[in-house]
Design a protein around this ligand. Structure first.
Ligand SMILES: Nc1nc2c(ncn2[C@@H]2O[C@H](COP(=O)(O)OP(=O)(O)OP(=O)(O)O)[C@@H](O)[C@H]2O)c(=O)[nH]1
Length: 376
């Protein structure tokens, strides 16, 4: 069996370190989410210190009442930290404060009885359930990162509900119950510390990912941007050159797109671009590389693809756009594409390959648009 005082001391030290680390992150990045999580860790340290005083002084107001309020405030601050991630914490602040103040009043007559403990345990179990739900509402791109945190919250909530059930079902003087409660207390401390550690790590991964996305993705369509496309395609082309494998590139341009903007407005034009990107993507294989490389211009690299297959794919893409109108705000807009196709020639580099595909595209425009031209 683990030694409870040792666990408490380690947890106090770890949470103090994490709290200081989160505070420095807040000072550095000015993101309030770090500040609330810093407060959450610090309050948890206070909760443990005041609760641990039970062993040394007979002052229930501090070691039970204040400790319980600190224990309740810990997940409430974490919840505000979650909402601060997308700047919605202000709408939740009064609710969290209300829960804390109401708890202050409710606990006053019962803090030294087992009802006080039952109330605190049930309330923080509900807080952890809500925290797991709040994470889901953040609509984050990389769900897997936050799934870890969600699991921490759900396990924590289950643990707290178990503690509440134990408190309800058996008198705490029974030795088995006491042991079970001690295990739950240790798990609570360990889980709280783990959760405090997980959040900054996840936030860091998320910000790194956001920075990578900003550098590599087109914000409108979510496709790769020109820079990322050139980097990725150059690697694929080098490999194809080395192994003498077939590879083709396509340049695609929406016909008369200026008219769409002029007639229906820029917003509709944006939606049309997103729709076209989606339709093209739906025709591609997983390892094909697509990017929006200019205003209404897309480029595609097709590894392991013959000229014949690239031509057939281009026709499928052209027909996918031509055969169904883009519908937006009850308006039906007919669009078409011009496409230039080129196959890899001996030791070509990516810029030459795209320039040649561009020649095919130019020819397609010149021939009257809405067609595919294979460049020679
Ligand atoms: N809505 C919207 N329009 C864009 C965006 N980027 C470029 N455009 C518009 O795309 C249009 C491109 O027009 P042009 O280059 O004249 O070509 P076009 O009208 O498509 O005619 P062709 O290419 O010759 O068939 C311009 O009106 C740009 O303002 C964008 O991100 N959103």
């Amino acid at each position: 069996m683990m030694h409870l005082p040792t666990i408490i001391i380690i947890s106090i030290l770890l949470n103090s370190i994490i709290s200081s680390f989160l505070m420095s992150l807040y000072v550095l990045k000015k993101q309030k989410t770090y500040l609330y999580w810093c407060c959450s860790c610090f309050i948890f340290v206070l909760a443990q210190i005041t609760a641990a005083l039970r062993a040394f002084i007979d002052l229930d107001f501090v070691s039970h009442y204040l400790a319980d309020l600190f224990i309740i405030a810990t997940p409430l601050a974490a919840i505000l930290g979650i909402h601060a991630y997308n700047n919605t914490e202000r709408t939740k602040f009064s609710a969290c404060l209300g829960v804390l103040l109401a708890s202050g009043v409710i606990l006053l007559p019962i803090y030294s009885s087992s009802f006080g403990q039952l109330y605190t345990t049930t309330l923080i179990a509900c807080c952890f359930c809500y925290a797991a739900y709040a994470l889901k509402t953040l609509h984050l791109g990389r769900i897997t990162h936050f799934l870890v945190l969600q699991i921490c919250f759900v396990v924590h909530a289950i643990l707290m509900f178990c503690q509440a059930a134990l408190l309800l079902s058996a008198p705490t003087s029974v030795v088995d119950t006491q042991q079970a409660l001690a295990v739950i207390l240790i798990s609570h401390i360990v889980l709280s510390t783990c959760t405090a550690l997980v959040w900054p790590v996840l936030m860091f991964l998320e910000s790194e990912q956001v920075l990578t996305d900003l550098a590599n993705l087109d914000p409108l369509t979510g496709l790769l941007n020109r820079r990322a496309f050139l980097n990725l395609s150059a690697t694929h082309l080098e490999q194809a050159n080395g192994c003498k494998k077939e590879l083709c590139a396509l340049m695609i341009d929406i016909d008369f797109f200026k008219k769409v903007n002029d007639q229906f407005g820029h917003d509709t034009g944006d939606e049309a671009l997103k729709w076209v990107a989606k339709q093209i993507q739906a025709q591609l294989r997983e390892h094909d590389i697509i990017a929006r490389i200019g205003g209404e211009e897309f480029a595609i690299l097709l590894p392991n693809t013959s000229e014949k297959n690239a031509h057939a794919l281009s026709e499928r893409i052209r027909l996918a756009i031509k055969n169904q109108p883009f519908i937006y705000r009850q308006q039906s807009i007919s669009l078409s594409l011009s496409i230039g196709v080129i196959k890899r020639s001996k030791d070509s580099n990516i810029n030459d390959l795209l320039a040649q595909a561009d020649k095919g595209l130019y020819q397609a425009k010149h021939n009257g648009r809405n067609q595919v031209v294979v460049a020679i």
